[in-house]
Design a protein around this ligand. Structure first.
Ligand SMILES: Cc1cc2nc3c(=O)[nH]c(=O)nc-3n(C[C@H](O)[C@H](O)[C@H](O)COP(=O)(O)O)c2cc1C
Length: 240
């Protein structure tokens, strides 16, 4: 419940022991069909970190204590499984792509939680997908792999306020889906809560309700990440 994303870090780098523990935690997460179809790339080369800063627009990641990229990975299983037409077709399927994305995503959150239990803070980065072809090239990713999320992690140098989440009646339903209308009293109250949060938080104050925030997000150009589909196809997925 104490989670918040951390974007400012002390200069202290993570130790090898801390990195080992975080990867160990990631490996203990559940994995679809026990296929262990995700890999983790630690990025330590300053030039590569600078490129990640360019891709994400988050140059502050270069000052994190460590940087991980979580990768959906069916390539390792392709290498170790006996090859035949069926296994090859299966590895290229949407099902196996999703399994890799599930495993990589669950690993990411596991590292976030494990890090927080050690007093570390982090920010998950979907913005590594702003330029998928460049990222694939940067990390030498072979076919049947795909970069899912980045994670900047380190010793926190800020204590941001907790961002209030939706009231549970707007997101936890019983026995079936319940549609929310814009005038739902719970939503109106939540919009007011978020407005006060943005007005009062210590950094980057602004006037914004949750509904307005969502409208802004939806107005972004979907072409901005057009490289995702190209990248998936380049890596051997969604070609049919
Ligand atoms: C899949 C995913 C992708 C995200 N990508 C980014 C990102 O690229 N840059 C960033 O600054 N934060 C990113 N975040 C962090 C969210 O902005 C953050 O979790 C959200 O605003 C809620 O704030 P909190 O984590 O402090 O509670 C991402 C979070 C998730 C789950």
């Amino acid at each position: 419940m104490a989670h918040r994303s951390i974007r400012q870090f002390t200069p202290e780098k993570l130790t090898d022991a801390e990195i080992h523990t975080l990867v160990d935690a990631a490996q203990h997460a559940a994995t679809s069909t026990f296929s262990q179809q995700a890999s983790i790339i630690s990025v330590t080369d300053p030039a590569k970190l600078a490129t990640l800063g360019d891709i994400t627009g988050h140059h502050w990641l270069e000052r994190a204590g460590h940087y991980f990229v979580f990768v959906a990975d069916q390539y390792r299983n392709q290498q170790l499984a006996p090859q035949n037409a069926t296994t090859t077709a299966n590895l290229h399927s949407l099902d196996k792509l999703l399994a890799g994305i599930f495993d990589a995503t669950i690993m990411t959150q596991t590292v976030v939680t494990a890090g927080e239990s050690l007093g570390l803070g982090s920010t998950i980065m979907g913005s590594i997908l702003n330029d998928v072809p460049r990222l694939i090239d940067l990390l030498d990713l072979p076919e049947l792999t795909f970069p899912v999320l980045g994670l900047a992690i380190g010793h926190p140098a800020e204590q941001p306020e907790h961002k209030p989440r939706l009231p549970q009646d707007l997101m936890h339903f019983t026995n079936g889906y319940q549609t929310i209308t814009p005038t739902d009293p719970s939503l109106v109250a939540y919009n007011q809560l978020i407005k006060v949060y943005y007005q009062q938080r210590t950094t980057n104050q602004r006037e914004e309700t949750f509904s307005h925030h969502i409208a802004t997000e939806l107005s972004r150009d979907p072409q901005q990440r057009a490289g995702i589909l190209t990248g998936l196809q380049q890596q051997g997925w969604l070609q049919g």
